[in-house]
Design a protein around this ligand. Structure first.
Ligand SMILES: NC(=O)C1=CN([C@@H]2O[C@H](COP(=O)(O)OP(=O)(O)OC[C@H]3O[C@@H](n4cnc5c(N)ncnc54)[C@H](O)[C@@H]3O)[C@@H](O)[C@H]2O)C=CC1
Ligand SMILES: O=C(CO)COP(=O)(O)O
Length: 320
């Protein structure tokens, strides 16, 4: 069994570390040659996971041509996947490609596995998603994630290849549910961050999380997901983690927005693009998504935070 990780950001590096600790050799690809060299020399990814050592059986490279493995983990941000695969997908025509990202492509409206399948139709596409901060995985803290793949046999194989002593994977064939849970919770986490940042209180945050979960389930059901998937690790689990921790970039981004502070533009905040992609679906009447819609409007500077709160509070009273 060989595993390769494309993308030496926080998540890709953490996955490479935990899988390698379990004894499987891993090749980790970084797009920058300088970064790859730095990691190979210092045996750590000081840009993303400072202080965590790369096991000996992690090989770091910037040579995309050197990346051949029957299991490839694609750990680059959602909005970059289509472009990356348009350029490099021919190299990965068969085998399994596991998306390790959360979001909806702004241009196509597709999720990670459909984006992979469109570029690499001969490959098996899967997604690894759920509640986990990269640093927790890298430190070997206990973590549980969802591995989703439509092909049941491939799902079982990937589950066993990628589970480690500390990273426990649950499997499902419901890729739609798993990827929508991961994508949509980031938008709700931004809304929760704004709520706390603007001083609206923890009770309001609980309301946003709960009503946010209701709209996540509504859209997912409409798009054919199984309700249990949304209640699992990739949906409720990740929502709970991301909406309550300042370690989350989506939550922290919202927090800064609510406080009218600036936020480091170099950080990956997947929920920002996802909010806009999903608000489009709401406008096409696919499902009612009031919180996601106001997050998108705030990010596009069409309304202020005060107007967003007023819009949510003045909605007609209804049955829960
Ligand atoms: N950091 C975390 O705790 C977790 C992150 N994720 C997901 O993992 C995905 C990646 O996030 P992180 O690793 O945290 O982000 P990051 O910002 O740490 O790393 C992103 C990596 O992608 C590379 N990259 C960006 N554009 C690229 C392109 N066009 N071609 C090739 N490489 C490119 C960057 O060089 C960087 O190494 C996101 O979808 C995120 O939601 C999921 C669970 C946990
Ligand atoms: O997805 C994550 C936790 O499961 C990481 O959250 P952020 O991308 O908001 O940092």
């Amino acid at each position: 069994m060989s595993v390769a990780v494309l993308g030496a950001g926080a998540f890709g590096t953490a996955l490479a570390i935990t899988i390698a600790r379990g004894g499987t050799p891993v090749t980790l690809w970084a797009r920058s040659a300088t970064h790859a060299e730095e990691m190979a020399n210092t045996r750590q990814n000081s840009r993303r996971l400072p202080g965590v050592e790369l096991p000996e059986n992690v090989t770091v490279t910037a040579e995309i041509g050197a990346m051949s493995a029957n299991t490839l983990l694609l750990a680059i941000p959602m909005q970059q996947i289509a472009g990356f695969l348009a350029k490099n997908g021919h190299r990965f025509a068969s085998g399994a490609i596991v998306a390790c990202c959360k979001g909806v492509d702004l241009e196509t409206g597709l999720g990670p596995t459909a984006t992979i399948s469109a570029a690499c139709p001969g490959a098996v596409s899967a997604i690894l998603t759920g509640p986990s901060f990269a640093i927790d995985i890298a430190r070997g803290l206990p973590t549980a994630l969802t591995l989703a793949c439509r092909d049941e046999a491939a799902a079982r194989r990937l589950q066993s290849t990628l589970s480690t002593e500390t990273l426990r994977l649950y499997r499902t064939t419901d890729t739609t549910g798993a990827e929508l849970g991961g994508a949509l919770k980031n938008v709700i986490a931004i809304a929760c961050g704004v709520t706390i940042g603007a001083g609206l209180g923890e009770s309001a945050r609980a309301a946003v999380m709960t009503r946010g979960f209701a709209e996540m389930q509504r859209l997912a059901r409409q798009l054919g997901a199984q309700p249990e998937t949304l209640s699992g690790l990739s949906g409720f689990g990740d929502l709970a983690l991301t909406c309550t921790s300042e370690k989350s970039r989506n939550f922290s981004f919202g927090l800064a927005l609510g406080r009218a502070e600036t936020f480091d533009a170099g950080k990956t905040v997947e929920g920002a693009a996802t909010a806009r992609a999903v608000a489009r679906l709401a406008r096409q009447n696919v499902a009612e998504m009031p919180i996601t819609s106001v997050v998108a409007s705030v990010l596009e500077n069409r309304i202020t935070i005060r107007e967003a709160v007023e819009a949510l509070l003045s909605r007609p009273l209804k049955e829960e």
